[in-house]
Design a binder for this molecule. Structure first.
Ligand SMILES: Cc1cc2nc3c(=O)[nH]c(=O)nc-3n(C[C@H](O)[C@H](O)[C@H](O)COP(=O)(O)O)c2cc1C
Length: 205
């Protein structure tokens, strides 16, 4: 690959109990395989320690991912494409991802977020459960950035299996009884490949 076609991809996510983190890893690995330079970053935790410790799975996931660097605005400035992931919270994104987005005012004011490729992914406990409203809410910010929204759509047979044209969306089940499976992983790969393809096209245009 020449320097002209090299693209930087940031995968920035929040995950309490690990489902969104698993999708983020799949997307990061796929983007790397597609030739991108990748930064996998987690959003800073905002919840009180007592809330985390009251949920063993949340506490375990927090401990297991402590070594993943926390996302900073500079990660966006570096990136040609950014994939954001969040669990669905009452049909919307998590406070932790929103807090990250809310740090981007100065970069936005300088026009530094525009012309990048953006895409999103999520996980819910219920089937559907607000996945589409979450992804569309996230997309609103992409428009404010002046970003190029790259949704997976139904561009690949695997997208008819996970069924969400707005982004990769997993159904984790109540009590996390449905771990991230092949259906979700295949959808994540479609999305990552598509984002890298368009980021490269934009960069070389
Ligand atoms: C405050 C709160 C709100 C939630 N809202 C929804 C919701 O609207 N729909 C849904 O299906 N699941 C909802 N969930 C469940 C999570 O979205 C779901 O468990 C998700 O898979 C967790 O992802 P994670 O393992 O990456 O943290 C909610 C969970 C919490 C704690």
């Amino acid at each position: 690959m020449t320097a002209d076609t090299a693209v930087n991809v940031a995968v920035i996510y929040y995950s309490a109990t690990g489902n969104v983190a698993e999708i983020a890893r799949e997307i990061a690995e796929t983007a790397e395989k597609a030739g991108a330079e990748v930064r996998l970053r987690r959003c800073a935790e905002l919840a009180q320690r007592s809330a985390i410790e009251a949920n063993p799975r949340w506490a375990q996931h927090a401990a297991e991912t402590a070594d993943i660097p926390v996302a900073v605005p500079a990660d966006l400035l570096w990136a040609d494409a950014v994939l954001f992931g969040s669990p669905t919270r009452f049909g919307n994104i998590s406070a932790q991802l929103k807090q990250f987005l809310d740090q981007l005012g100065p970069a936005w004011g300088q026009g530094l977020l525009k012309d990048k490729v953006y895409s999103g992914f999520t996980s819910t406990a219920s089937e559907h459960g607000g996945q589409e409203s979450t992804l569309l809410a996230l997309t609103t910010s992409f428009h404010h950035f002046g970003g190029i929204v790259v949704a997976p759509g139904y561009t690949h047979p695997d997208k008819f299996a996970d069924g969400n044209p707005y982004g990769t969306a997993h159904w984790s089940g109540g009590g996390n009884t449905r771990p991230v499976d092949d259906t979700t992983r295949r959808a994540a790969r479609v999305q990552a490949d598509r984002v890298v393809k368009f980021a490269r096209a934009v960069k070389t245009a």
